[in-house]
Design a binder for this molecule. Sequence first.
Ligand SMILES: [Zn+2]
Ligand SMILES: [Zn+2]
Length: 98
Amino acid sequence: MKFRAMFKTPDVIEDALKDAFDHEASPCCCGGWDGEGKKCPSCECNGNCIDCELAEDRLRDKTDEARKMTEKFVAHGEYVTIEFCTDTNTATVVEKGK
Ligand SMILES: [Zn+2]
Ligand SMILES: [Zn+2]
């Protein structure tokens, strides 16, 4: 037997993306700082050089791509439909419009 259920979870995607963004290595011209704090202490530029800005742009692009990917499954950033199948014991997220 198959049936679908729609879940509404406001803002959870944005929160998750923010978390993922925060847990990425801080963008820095040296290739990323993975330690405490958001500014890399080992670079003299202190996060202010053009390469650091480009690194930060790349991280933002990655987050935007992640958001776009979720839009395939999550309507308006908050509705998701899960199809349960008791024959296969699975639960599958249904792509939007399918
Ligand atoms: Zn730099
Ligand atoms: Zn650095």
